[in-house]
Design a binder for this molecule. Structure first.
Ligand code: NAP
Length: 266
């Protein structure tokens, strides 16, 4: 998607993958300035491993304690985390306001951290549910420190409590790996009967684009959002940091969808 946007804007950059073993992340990241690389994205497990090598962190990266975007500027490494922005931007575009509203978040992994911090900054009341409840409690503890919104955790096997929470929610954010390729037949364990027509269901999974959860939600009259726009917007923000130009997100989105379609045919 980055290369499609560089081409559309006539910018002389190229985005390439580097397969870096975890024990080499320090050497790799400290070589970027000498190599003339303007920036990189990082994925699991590097998002956290890279922290000791970064010169300066944005507030977002500090909150989440993970870096997905590095900008090399004047020989220094700036670490950012654009996932929270990528998550929120498609909702903001639709005029969503979450102050005082209940948001049901399923999952407590890396993506959930970005989502939860952003939701609390929007002053939402977050109900957090994860298969491993201790992980949800740790995230709640960390997130409470920013002093906005509210967060409570529920056990994932208390169906009655989950039903009640979903019924009063405006937004349900699915942040787990359940339903992701190649296990597209899987559904997250939530009481589907509690999905209601005033609820928007946002699945962070982008492969497949239309998850089984989203199909079930649509059948129950919910508005739905796929993970594709989040992917595009977290990338667009990184693109802007590196080049100083905000990219055409429609071009990036088309490139993502083309890539996902091509991989489906393989
Ligand atoms: P992660 O840190 O490994 O966290 C995985 C989460 O999924 C944990 O909450 C884990 O629960 C839960 N989980 C995994 N298997 C499960 C199962 N069988 N049943 C119930 N819960 C299960 O992963 P991540 O980086 O947060 O990514 C999670 C998803 O978000 C992936 O599908 C990824 O593609 C997507 N994502 C999308 C974007 C985007 O731009 N759209 C960005 C980032 C991530 P436990 O704690 O109990 O293990």
């Amino acid at each position: 998607m980055h290369n499609a946007a560089f081409e559309a804007l006539g910018l002389n950059y190229v985005y390439v993958p580097f397969a870096v073993p975890p024990d080499k992340i320090g050497t790799a990241i400290q070589s970027l300035a000498s190599l003339g690389v303007v920036g990189v994205n990082l994925t699991i497990p590097h998002k956290e491993l890279v922290l000791p090598y970064i010169d300066e962190l944005t507030q977002e990266a500090k909150d989440v304690q993970a870096v997905n975007t590095v900008h090399v500027t004047e020989g220094r490494l700036l670490g950012d985390n654009t996932d929270g922005h990528g998550f929120w931007e498609p909702l903001r575009e639709q005029g969503f306001s979450l102050a005082g509203e209940t948001v049901f978040v399923l999952g407590a992994g890396g993506a959930a951290r970005s989502v939860v911090f952003r939701l609390l900054r929007e002053e939402a009341k977050v109900v957090l549910v994860n298969r491993t409840r201790e992980r949800a409690e740790r995230l709640a503890q960390d997130a409470m420190s920013i002093g906005l919104g509210e967060i409570t955790t529920l056990p994932s096997d208390d169906t009655a409590a989950l039903e009640k929470a979903l019924r009063r929610s405006k937004l349900f954010v699915q942040t787990t790996r359940v339903g992701m390729y190649p296990h597209r037949e899987l559904l997250p364990e939530v009481p589907l009967s509690a999905l209601h027509s005033d609820l928007t269901v946002y699945d962070l999974v982008y492969n497949p684009v239309q998850t089984r959860l989203l199909a079930e939600a649509e059948a129950r009259g919910c508005a739905t959002m796929t993970g594709v726009k989040m992917l595009v917007y977290q990338g667009a923000m990184a693109f802007q940091r590196w080049t100083g130009v905000f990219p055409p997100t429609d071009v990036m989105e088309q490139a993502v969808l083309r890539g996902l379609n091509a991989s489906k045919k393989e």
